[in-house]
Design a protein. Structure first.
Length: 367
């Protein structure tokens, strides 16, 4: 290992969750990752379980391939992209490139851009054509369901303040995604904004949207505990689509027009249809979800009937600094979003908790 700097007594092996195929994820002892020039080795402090991790575990075709979609996952791999850790080794040039020293605490954006494709060269690194993301491609982008994680030379790393509340750091990645989705909505002061789906991402969107100060901020979820938390985080109103006609409610609040901005974060096909019905003509519809199943809608609503501005939102481009600052200054509060910390060995239990979502919101694995 061409270390330029490292701490004393680094182990040769580590515990890690290794994914081989859908449903076949194993806790193993494997060699410590090797680092090269301009690379960093972190000792993982914690790693959040993303809904995408759970969908990958269950074999989502958008990850593993099938149903006309190519395979994106490269097994075997170590899952996990919502992580933070302490710098324990630096390759040559890494200190200068990232401003990191041994002992610093850091996070790394989930995508590891190639730096060479047309999107990277145009500054749109989050749409990198190769699209390696921590926790989905073995060797080149192994994740942090492990005791240590390697940050490759093209990673986008961010140092955390020395007095940061580090146990909140797993929320930086989902919060960065939430901020990007809110920015895609181009929220104005006089807008009525609806956020559908109040998981860790949606609750981050509520808090970020509140900072934009729209005229009315409405949050929607079928779980009452999450609706109550959304009110604490700045939503003006919350609706439960299991108990009321949310489309009629929003239209009644807007003189029959509908909301100006609809952000879909539920990952459920019903949320897609609900949004198309609820949004006004010429509205801004932001889609940020990963789906298990295809969604069928009347496509003519988008063009012929409403001329909607349909905007995708992917990952967290250029938002990590804001996410870190908002959490550090207490402007966004993850304390009630991070509901559980459990040992790495219990990762399957963690998957079940996230999938059910009855008592948990964000579950963090601690190596």
């Amino acid at each position: 290992m061409p270390y330029d700097e490292k701490i004393d007594n680094l182990p040769q092996k580590m515990k890690a969750v290794v994914a081989y195929k859908p449903g076949d994820y194993r806790l193993e002892e494997i060699p410590l990752p090797e680092i090269n020039d301009e690379e960093v080795l972190l000792k993982v402090g914690g790693c959040g379980i993303c809904a995408g991790d759970v969908k990958g575990y269950h074999g989502a075709p958008s990850f593993w391939g099938g149903e006309g979609q190519p395979a994106w996952i490269k097994a075997p791999f170590i899952p996990g992209h919502e992580f933070y850790g302490q710098v324990v080794a630096l390759g040559k040039g890494a200190r200068e490139k990232y401003g990191l020293s041994l002992g610093d605490w850091a996070v790394s954006e989930q995508i590891i851009p190639c730096g060479k494709c047309r999107f990277c060269l145009d500054g749109k690194y989050w749409m990198c054509e190769i699209h390696n993301i921590y926790g989905f491609q073995g060797k080149v982008a192994d994740g942090a369901y492990a005791e240590y994680v390697r940050l490759p030379r093209t990673a986008r790393n961010h140092k955390l303040p020395s007095d940061f509340q580090f146990h909140l750091a797993p929320y930086i990645e989902p919060l960065g995604c939430a901020i990007h989705a809110v920015e895609r909505g181009d929220i104005q002061f006089n807008d009525v904004v609806v956020i559908a789906g109040l998981g860790a991402l949606g609750l981050g969107m509520v808090q970020a949207a509140r900072l934009k100060n729209p005229k009315l901020l409405i949050a929607i979820d079928i779980k009452e505990n999450r609706n109550k938390l959304a009110l604490e985080y700045g939503a003006d109103l919350v609706f439960n689509p299991k108990e009321e006609d949310v489309v009629s409610k929003v239209k009644a609040l807007t003189n029959g027009y509908g909301c100006d901005v609809y952000i879909q974060a539920s990952g459920h096909p019903a949320g897609v249809i609900q949004g198309l019905q609820m949004i006004r003509k010429l509205g801004r519809y932001v889609e940020f979800s990963v789906y298990n199943d295809p969604t069928t809608v009347d496509w003519s609503i988008i063009g012929d009937r409403k001329e909607l501005d349909l905007r995708g939102a992917h990952l967290s481009p250029n938002t990590y600094e804001s996410a870190i600052r908002f959490v550090y200054k207490g402007q966004i509060k993850p304390e009630k979003v991070i509901t559980h910390e459990i040992p790495l060995e219990d990762f399957k239990k963690g998957f079940e908790m996230v999938e059910k979502g009855e008592e948990s919101i964000k579950v963090v694995l601690i190596p």
